[in-house]
Design a binder for this molecule. Structure first.
Ligand code: TYM
Length: 332
């Protein structure tokens, strides 16, 4: 079967709704049909300063949330990036194949380094996308389920896979992005022109999955819409309402057209009240399950240890092929 690989950063606090709808939800579905590898990318996390104890805690928290969201260690390989040293090793080779100008064009780097101040941004932040390339190519992934903001990094991965294959002989699978149109970009509830994100969102516009459900309901009810009253999916003209419809539709399984019909003549208040309920019904058990995994760190760590073992078997095989192709002298 086809292989998928994806990763998520161990952010402080909790994943947000954009992470879930844009990526993790697809990961859960794809473990049923694909050979699936998912990881918590702690190497990527340290491209910006991290407190060591917090990083450790956030890495466990991320894994707990992925399990709570429905990843099943029997159906997928769930691991922590730093447990598999081959990621850093292949990243070095990929660094040496990437042009300086090519790396400079990565828009996420430009955004993030601008925010930090160019002098304070680390070289790690600059090569961040190249580590991501290594993550993907190590597993010979066919598809990479992510949100729209990762598309450029997948393009870079394709370019570097083709470059390596062209120069040294067929070694890497050239992966495709797996980006669902409907949920590729979930927007801030207060500013529906920007994507929902930990760093850019307003606190009221960001739905943290582990927030108190009451807070979440309140955020939904105070979401920005428009001065019209018609519930209609129209991302250009009605970005706020359209975002709410996307979220509602995805979480409830009802088609957007059905929802438009259901709220015809009822206005935004009814839509928001019902969506708040749908959201609370989703986050309440998610929170409980996450806590259960956190309460049992031994089980959690052993799931991650088994995942790392499975991941390493695949990664080591690919890395040794790449080392041989590049011309490194075998160590024996
Ligand atoms: P990260 O941790 O920022 O985000 C995890 C996933 O969530 C998606 N996402 C969104 N999708 C829709 N709407 C939003 N508002 C939204 N915000 C975030 C992201 O697109 C992502 O899929 N560089 C990656 C992690 C990574 C990775 C990899 C991914 C490292 N190595 C290899 C795939 C393959 C990142 O920082 O994601």
């Amino acid at each position: 079967s086809l292989r998928v690989l994806s990763g998520i950063q161990p952010t402080a606090g909790s994943f947000h709704l954009g992470n879930y709808l844009g990526a993790v939800r697809q990961w859960v579905a794809l473990q049923e049909t694909h050979d699936a590898f998912y990881m918590v990318v702690d190497l990527h996390a340290i491209t910006i300063p991290q407190d060591p104890a917090e990083l450790r805690a956030n890495t466990r928290l991320a894994a707990a949330q992925l399990l709570a969201a429905g990843l099943d260690p029997e159906r997928c390989t769930l691991f922590v990036q730093s447990h598999v040293p081959e990621h850093a090793q292949l990243a070095w080779i990929m660094n040496c194949l990437t042009g300086f100008g090519e790396a400079s064009r990565m828009t996420q780097f430009k955004d993030k380094s601008a925010k930090q101040g160019a002098d304070r941004a680390s070289v790690g932040l600059f090569t961040y996308p190249i580590l991501q390339v290594a993550d993907i190519l190590l597993y010979q992934a066919n598809e990479v389920p992510v949100g729209e903001d990762q598309r450029q990094h997948i393009e870079l991965t394709r370019d570097l896979a083709e470059r390596f294959n062209g120069r040294f002989g067929d070694t890497f699978t050239v992966p495709r992005p797996y980006i669902l149109k409907e949920t590729a970009k979930i927007y801030d509830l207060q500013e529906p022109s920007i994507k929902m994100s930990k760093s850019a969102s307003t606190p009221k516009g960001l739905i943290n999955l582990l927030d108190d459900p009451k807070t979440t309901a309140k955020k939904v009810k105070s979401a920005v819409t428009d001065t019209d009253t018609v519930v209609r999916y129209d991302p250009e003209g009605k970005p706020g309402v359209s975002n709410l419809l996307t979220i509602y539709s995805t979480l409830s399984g009802a088609a957007v057209a059905e929802l438009e019909e259901k709220y015809a003549g009822k206005g935004y208040g009814a839509l928001k009240t019902d969506l708040a309920e749908v959201m609370v019904d989703f986050v309440t058990p998610f929170r409980e399950r996450t806590q259960q995994y956190l309460d049992d760190p031994e089980t959690l760590d052993s799931i991650l240890a088994k995942g790392a073992e499975k991941a390493r078997a695949v990664a080591a095989e690919t890395l040794s092929q790449a080392y041989a192709r590049v011309g490194f002298l075998p160590a024996k």
